[in-house]
Design a protein around this ligand. Structure first.
Ligand code: ATP
Length: 529
């Protein structure tokens, strides 16, 4: 991660000469009563960071949007929240006004408690009580409310209640909420409310996702929410990134993987200097080494001083927060429930299968006894995905497979067929473990033990979405045993029963588990058949 940190944002710097006056202003000591609010509401593990943040220099951006592009990140921004109004008007406010504001703060605090919302950062705007507040508080255009209603979304989910007001007040934001809890809408809704459609001003918003499938899904969701307004929402396809004429093409929102966007920036001169809104979805994945250079390039290209940067994921390790905080300005941190935990809607089980052969027997037996499609089966590599597919297809089950060796069209078909019910069982590598919203998956089977607790949380999070119940079964063999504890901790934290001997296993320093496994085959290795 250190190497990543050195590489990432290496080109970023603030023009100190140019912003000398502002820097001097913000270096002056300033009373911050709102931090107390953050501490009171913060999740227990967030507290040390809140304290640490207090010691940091507070940076603010200019009040008004400015199209001035600087190389690097800037600097000033003010959010007009209740708490900052309280601070500003402390002296003049009448006692009646003060009481009103105090009441509002208390109301916000009660709402946060009710929905398990933990925040840190100063001057955090109160959560939404309902979607109707989008218009009463933020002047939301009717088309968005009408689209929300058509999508059947009656109430905001907890992450939407808090993240939408934070992003509408133009604050940078780290958001961590369970899988299937509506994070996509939490960043798309304020994004569409904040930008204006039209040919002028080029690209206004960028959403980065780690896989093409997730980028395509997010683009579709964005179009649904934007229905009725003439937004140009572009999914960055391979063809577009290689041949797109971005100077002529109207484009308000780009949704892309890092590689394709970086390619378009470098080779097709895609101009992102007027982007107002940058989302890194599945941020912890994007901050892994393979993506770092491309993320750096995109972040630098989004050079508008007032760009709002936001990171979303169901798992946000501290290392990622630390790295990202070097580029975030005056950010708000939102955690729903417990940080880095699995959705409580999923019933989780561990199954000892002994050996690789035992796993094949166990999955066959479970499908023959009770197959309740749709079922998603994860394996650790594309080779193993192909092997398991051969075995199960031979059993005459409606099974399909998805992995990185397939063409784009084959991957899209696999996803579509699974969504439409043509495929009952989808065997997959981790290409679809994050973000994919396959509605109504009944069971996720971790045929191969996941490489980490984070991978486990995302994989099983393909079921139990949007308040529906789900189930997850994880096979383990002798060689997986030393890694059981990490997963068992996640299970216990979300209320599942775990045998005590597993929780008593020694802690492991090694985080990732990628064992060499025997191939998946019914044919014995000794060739006796
Ligand atoms: N307010 C809402 N009311 C009801 N359903 C909602 C609401 N917001 C989103 N949903 C639905 O919840 C499901 C999960 O949403 P989404 O895919 O955004 O989850 P997520 O938190 O991003 O999950 P992941 O961490 O796996 O990416 C989707 O089917 C979405 O349509």
């Amino acid at each position: 991660m250190e190497k990543a940190s050195a590489l990432l944002f290496s080109g970023v710097r603030v023009d100190r000469k140019r912003f000398a006056r502002e820097i001097a202003r913000f270096q002056q000591p300033k009373k911050e009563p709102d931090d107390l609010e953050g501490i009171a509401d913060a999740a227990p593990e967030a507290l040390p960071e809140v304290k640490a943040n207090k010691k940091e220099k507070k940076r603010k951006r200019k009040d008004k949007d400015s199209s001035d592009a600087v190389e690097g990140f800037s600097v000033f921004k003010t959010s007009e929240s209740l708490s900052s109004i309280l601070e500003r008007n402390a002296l003049e406010a009448t006692s009646a006004e003060k009481k009103d504001v105090e009441k509002e703060i208390e109301k916000a605090s009660i709402l946060r408690k009710k929905y398990g919302i933990h925040i840190s950062g100063h001057g955090v705007p109160p959560p939404l009580e309902s979607f109707a507040e989008l218009s009463s508080r933020y002047n939301c255009k009717p088309y968005i409310l009408s689209n929300l209603s058509q999508l059947g979304f009656r109430e905001p989910t907890p992450i939407q209640r808090q993240a939408i007001p934070v992003l509408l007040s133009k604050r940078d934001c780290f958001a961590c909420a369970p899988t299937g809890s509506g994070k996509t809408l939490a960043f798309l809704c304020p994004m569409l409310m904040k930008i204006k459609p039209g040919l002028k001003n080029g690209v206004k918003a960028v959403v980065l996702c780690p896989t093409r499938e997730l980028a395509a899904q997010t683009a579709r969701e964005c179009k649904k929410l934007a229905k009725g307004r003439k937004f140009y929402i572009k999914l960055m396809t391979k063809e577009l990134s290689r041949c797109g004429d971005f100077e002529k093409m109207p484009c308000d929102v780009i949704i892309s993987t890092p590689l394709r966007l970086d390619f378009a920036i470098c080779k097709r001169k895609l101009d992102l200097s007027r982007v107002k809104y940058l989302v890194l979805d599945e941020a912890d994945k994007l901050f892994e080494l393979g993506f770092v250079e491309q993320i750096d390039s995109v972040v630098k290209a989004c050079s508008k001083t007032t760009v709002v940067r936001t990171l979303f994921s169901a798992t946000l390790p501290e290392t990622v927060e630390k790295l990202a905080s070097t580029v975030m300005v005056d950010a708000v941190r939102i955690i729903i429930g417990r940080k880095n935990s699995a959705s409580e809607m999923i019933k989780q089980n561990l199954v000892f299968a002994g050996s690789e052969k035992g796993k094949l027997l166990a999955i066959r037996q479970s499908f023959s006894e009770c197959l309740n499609p749709p079922v998603l089966v994860f394996v650790q590599s594309k080779e193993r995905a192909k092997e398991l597919y051969k075995e199960l297809a031979f059993d005459g089950i409606k099974v399909d497979v998805i992995h990185a060796d397939l063409s784009q069209q084959q991957r899209e078909d696999a996803v579509d067929n699974f969504r439409s019910g043509k495929t009952w069982i989808l065997i997959a590598t981790d290409v679809v473990s994050r973000g994919m919203d396959f509605k109504g998956i009944n069971c996720v089977i971790n045929y191969d033990f996941p490489e980490s607790a984070a991978a486990y949380i995302h994989r099983i999070g393909r079921s139990g979405r949007a308040g529906r119940p789900g189930e997850a079964v994880t096979f383990f063999t002798e060689e997986d045993k030393p890694f059981l504890r990490n997963i068992a901790n996640v299970m216990a934290a979300s209320g599942c029963e775990v045998p005590s001997w597993i929780l008593a296993l020694p802690k492991l320093r090694k985080r990732k588990h990628h064992p060499q496994r025997d191939s998946i085959s019914t044919i014995p290795d000794d060739g006796a058949w």
